[in-house]
Design a binder for this molecule. Structure first.
Ligand SMILES: [Fe+2]
Length: 372
């Protein structure tokens, strides 16, 4: 490693060991001692992707970039776990972009095989680790919410189906189905998705998107039947609500019921044109409050995989201390293992203190904190 390269380990809940500086070392971007929060990690990652895009653009155009340009090859060494490697994510994005841009157009049909290959790679790479910080998958911000939603749903599907020990072939088929589930929205006027008050026609179009997605996917050679069922069933709820009207919840397979849960969870926890993201734990609580809408076994499986307090949740304890969830106890989802980061006076602990709430009867979580 040369002099001007930096390798900094990011540890959630711990202060940064060294400054993160721009490539020319003229600007301190994040000061040493700053607490590494989920928010900081996400911001850094988003920003790194921006830097990479900028670098690629500069390579193409040969132009010098902004003053604060940071070398991607240095910063990618920041260590934090990802469900999907950068290389695979790019492959997925490309496959997804090509697929969505050719669907419904004249000429050769969309290339399902390329997208399938990318999904296979994601599934084979995906570590069977329930303590993966799920929210980090939301790194890439895409201009299109639909595209980002598709990508995220594909990754969550891989994570959850892997945790539930589905066979690899089914995981891949399900992940691909989740990436394609909103294909029908491509036929809806994008303006309708960004406004509060919809006309009768716009409402009908939106409520029809599962059907139009099903119809579009059906015509594409090689699309797995599961993708058709997920497309038509991803807004069909167990209590009879949702749409389309003529699709019966009981006619759908269990993975289509899981698709409903993943779709709602991703939607609740993502920034959208008309609504703000809520915390993963709040999304779980909101879904539990309306549990009659979901397949009970699938909802329980999903929460078991993601955790009631998902890994990376910041939690305030009855003692006043603040910790970050690092592992869930399958025996009791209310009592995860946490890493204490602040004492009752808001002072940072100098070193990492792990506490397994299962084994500490005098400590428990009283509320979650968005940030610290
Ligand atoms: Fe949808």
């Amino acid at each position: 490693m040369s002099d001007n390269e930096q390798q900094i380990k990011l540890v959630l809940g711990q202060p940064l060991e060294a400054d993160i500086v721009s490539a020319d070392r003229s600007v301190v971007l994040v000061k040493a001692g700053t607490m590494v929060t989920q928010d900081l990690m996400m911001r850094l990652t988003n920003w790194l992707h921006e830097q990479e895009r900028l670098r690629e653009k500069q390579e193409k155009t040969g132009k010098k970039g902004a003053r604060h340009k940071m070398r991607w090859d240095i910063l990618k060494k920041l260590e934090f776990e990802q469900i999907v490697s950068d290389r695979t994510r790019k492959q997925l994005e490309k496959g997804c972009e090509n697929f969505f841009s050719t669907i419904g157009k004249k000429g050769s049909p969309p290339d399902i095989a390329a997208l399938e290959d990318a999904v296979q790679t994601m599934v084979s790479e995906s570590p069977d680790n329930p303590d993966m910080p799920l929210k980090l998958l939301e790194m890439k911000k895409h201009s299109s919410y639909l595209f980002q939603h598709a990508m995220n749903c594909g990754v969550i599907a891989t994570f959850v189906a892997t945790a539930l020990k589905y066979p690899t072939r089914e995981i891949a088929a399900f992940a691909l189905a989740m990436m394609l589930h909103d294909t029908g929205l491509l036929t809806v006027n994008p303006d309708s998705l960004n406004k509060m008050e919809l006309s009768e026609k716009e409402l009908v179009d939106i409520r029809n998107h599962p059907r139009s997605g099903y119809d579009a996917l059906r015509t594409i050679p090689g699309v797995d039947p599961l993708a058709l069922l997920v497309a038509i069933g991803h807004h069909v709820y167990a209590d009879g609500s949702g749409y389309p009207d003529n699709v019966d919840f009981h006619d759908l397979p269990e993975l289509a019921h899981l698709a409903v849960i993943i779709n709602d969870f991703e939607s609740l926890t993502s920034e959208k044109p008309l609504s703000e993201a809520i915390h993963m734990h709040e999304a779980i609580v909101a879904m539990l409050r309306q549990s009659e809408k979901y397949h009970p076994v699938m909802l329980s499986h999903f929460i078991r995989a993601v955790g009631f307090y998902p890994v990376t949740t910041f939690a305030q304890l009855n003692t006043g201390e603040v910790g970050v969830v690092v592992r869930n106890n399958p025996e009791n989802l209310f009592l995860p293992e946490i890493k204490l980061v602040m004492d009752e006076n808001g002072k940072r602990f100098p070193s990492e203190i792990s506490v397994d709430l299962m084994r500490e009867s005098d400590r428990w979580i009283t509320r979650i904190k968005d940030n610290i």
